[in-house]
Write a protein of this length. Structure first.
Length: 97
């Protein structure tokens, strides 16, 4: 069952505990960059780790398929707190046209 779609991936419910995410590597120059990102994510955020399942052609586009445990939100995200945290750590919010 389709859940949501963002700029980077499409998310589907697999069962009561897991989701499947399809990623076409749109934000990565090379697939190796995508896999390095998965490894880094799994190292630092092991409680929400990804399991790489394989590749699939979808609408003539190669997509990586990963499984991730379903995370239930217990509160909404305060975007101002996120912005403040990022600014404090020298990140800037810019848009490129």
């Amino acid at each position: 069952m389709f859940i949501s779609e963002g700029a980077e991936q499409r998310v589907y419910k697999l069962d009561d505990f897991n989701v499947i995410k399809l990623n076409s590597s749109i934000f990565y120059e090379y697939w190796l960059d995508y896999f390095n990102n998965l490894l880094i994510h799994n190292f630092f955020f092991s409680s929400t780790n990804y399991d790489f399942l394989g590749f699939k052609m979808i609408d003539e586009q190669l997509c990586a398929i990963v499984k991730q445990q379903f995370v239930i939100a217990n509160e909404t995200t305060n975007l101002q707190s996120v912005r403040s945290f990022l600014e404090y750590n020298s990140f800037r919010n810019i848009r490129k046209n």
